[in-house]
Design a protein around this ligand. Structure first.
Ligand code: GH3
Ligand code: MG
Ligand code: MG
Ligand code: MG
Length: 313
């Protein structure tokens, strides 16, 4: 048959896998061994502006789940070799505190299968044959809930950048990306110099505005593959992908130069600020977040001791 020949080379992975997460578009992973249904649903989901990864086997699905971190997962119960329930268990264990909506779907719509799915961590159960209109609405609802969850849990309220809690989750992804791309990453800790004086001189509201501006300045200055987090009060962490320590040192020194030229205003008064930074290149993929931060923090301490407004490694 022509169709099966045409789809043969896809085998375990249907269509093109999105390389990088494109802006805000949610990423949906769909796992089903019925190739024509998979292609049909992928097309419908993409027509909503969502990105889709489609897999026909549990093994490939789990691997792609680790690499891509989808926002929603749709799993068929009957798969060859491992069942959809096994995929669900692996994902459930890995998601930890994160919320990733998991939808089971099956022609087995008996009570036992549905209860088993929910017990194993499914958030929803969709019966086959699939009613596409209902399917898309349900997926959309799950994505909305996921977005609200992520925003309330992962984003720092004041500065609108990722918070410390999210750094922990991102770091393991950062490390696995590095291993997959066979590249090195760099972690930087940045701290505003004499920030306490801003609060003491101009008050906390001005201090808050400075923090917001600093965060936005940093966000503008980094690349889309780098990630910024507010680590604590006036301390920020950046995870840089694919860069050497010298490169990052130069990048941060340019940023420092630019930042120190910004005029902050409070009524008639203007003031300028600097920051200090410590960086550490992560070559050993075994190193945990805690040790990586500790090493970068020691470099930051050195920068402070050596007079501030500088970057140390
Ligand atoms: P150093 O150059 O050694 O970093 O000096 P510093 O004054 O910046 O450092 P220190 O850690 O002593 O002071 C940090 C201050 O940041 C203390 C704290 O009150 C203030 N701070 C922390 N979080 C916030 C916040 O959310 N808003 C405001 N306005 N201030 C904050
Ligand atoms: Mg099936
Ligand atoms: Mg500090
Ligand atoms: Mg400080």
């Amino acid at each position: 048959m022509e169709i099966s020949y045409e789809y043969e080379h896809f085998h375990e992975e249907i269509g093109k896998t999105p390389d990088l997460r494109d802006g805000d578009a949610p990423l949906i992973q769909i796992i089903d061994d019925d190739i024509s249904l998979l292609i049909f649903l992928k097309d419908k989901l993409e027509s909503k502006g969502w990105m889709v990864i489609a897999n026909t086997t549990a093994e490939k699905a789990i691997e792609q789940y680790y690499n891509m971190h989808p926002d929603c997962i749709i799993i068929d119960i009957n798969l060859p070799e491992q069942s959809g329930f096994e995929v669900l268990s692996v994902i459930q264990k890995h998601t930890n505190r994160a919320f990733i909506p998991k939808i089971m779907c099956s022609i087995k719509t008996d009570r036992e299968s549905r209860i088993e799915a929910y017990k194993k961590g499914a958030d929803d159960f969709i019966e086959k044959p699939i009613d596409v209109e209902e399917f898309l609405i349900r997926v959309e609802r799950h994505l909305e809930r996921k977005k609200i969850f992520d925003q309330s849990v992962l984003i720092d309220e004041l500065t609108q950048v990722y918070n410390r809690k999210f750094l922990k989750d991102s770091y393991s992804r950062f490390i696995s990306d590095m291993a997959r791309l066979n590249s090195n990453g760099t972690i930087a800790v940045l701290d505003i110099d004499y920030f306490k004086r801003v609060n003491d001189t101009y008050g906390h509201i001005v201090g808050d505005k400075v923090l917001m501006e600093f965060a936005q300045f940093l966000k503008r200055s980094i690349r889309s593959t780098d990630t910024l987090f507010r680590y604590g009060g006036e301390e920020f962490v950046i995870l840089f992908q694919r860069a050497t320590e010298t490169e990052i040192k130069e990048v941060l020194e340019r940023m420092l130069e630019e930042f120190s030229q910004i005029d902050f205003k409070d009524g008639e008064q203007t003031f300028r600020l600097t920051f200090s930074a410590g960086i550490y290149r992560i070559e050993n993929k075994e190193i945990g977040l805690h040790s990586a931060i500790k090493t970068a923090d020691e470099a930051l301490y050195l920068a402070k001791e050596s007079g501030r407004a500088r970057v140390e490694t």
